[in-house]
Design a protein around this ligand. Structure first.
Ligand code: HEC
Length: 190
């Protein structure tokens, strides 16, 4: 009995990995894309079947708007976003009133499949790559430091400059994530 529960606990914990690119998400047994996982988002690999892996993705969502899982409450930093009408099942682990927005938020997870590629063991090399890419932003003007904008402002700034630095969309999302997570209004311990 003890052995069984230990084995279960072990497989349940899964292998922690990080998306290195924007990844498609699928429901069990389907090839229809129901969402996207963003670079630097942490996942747990629960199971592997052929070239697909079952991922658990955690994050925060507004209680009445379960269309995305965010890195922290009340900031538009996506771990994963889901298609409208995809009806992805959220497993809610915590409900709380978020102090800034005074709205109901939940901590939740989803379990979805993705290709077993572009998953890495450690997030630091991704942030290093993002930092190097961000360095190209000082070619034409002084670098606007991460702390110059709020987390919700950075994606549109990067989008507007994207063609000037020549980022592809993976690079755009990677740099945006890095800037958002180091933005002016991020709590210090994040
Ligand atoms: C090829 C030249 C070039 C590169 C590379 C470039 N920029 Fe710019 N940037 C400009 C110019 C020109 C302006 C001013 C005109 C404008 O806003 O379009 C500007 C303006 C800005 C502004 C001020 C906008 C505002 O409204 O105050 C920000 C912030 C900015 N860039 C950020 C970035 C970031 C971040 C990157 C890298 C992802 C970047 N830039 C890369 C040319 C560049």
């Amino acid at each position: 009995m003890i052995l069984v529960s230990m084995a279960f606990a072990y497989s349940y914990a899964g292998d922690v990995k990080y998306a290195s690119k924007v990844k498609s998400l699928y429901k069990d047994g389907s090839d229809k894309v129901v969402g996207r996982l963003l670079p630097t988002a942490q996942v747990e690999v629960l199971e592997q079947k052929g070239d697909k892996v079952l991922l658990r993705i955690e994050g925060y969502a507004q209680a009445d708007k379960q269309v995305a899982l965010y890195f922290v409450p009340n900031r538009r930093i996506l771990n994963a976003g889901f298609s409208k009408n995809a009806d992805v099942e959220f497993k809610i682990t915590k409900s709380f009133k978020e102090s800034e927005s005074k709205q109901e938020w939940v901590k939740a997870s989803v379990e979805l499949w993705s290709e077993n590629a572009d998953l890495v063991e450690s997030v630091e090399p991704l942030y290093k790559e993002a930092q190097e890419l961000f360095g190209n932003c000082s070619v034409c003007h002084a670098l606007h430091p991460p702390k110059e904008f709020n987390a919700n402002q950075w994606p549109s700034v990067v989008k507007s400059m994207k063609s000037r630095v020549g980022y592809d969309s993976n690079q755009e999302y990677l740099v945006s994530q890095y800037l958002q997570k180091n933005a002016k209004d991020m709590p210090k311990d994040k």
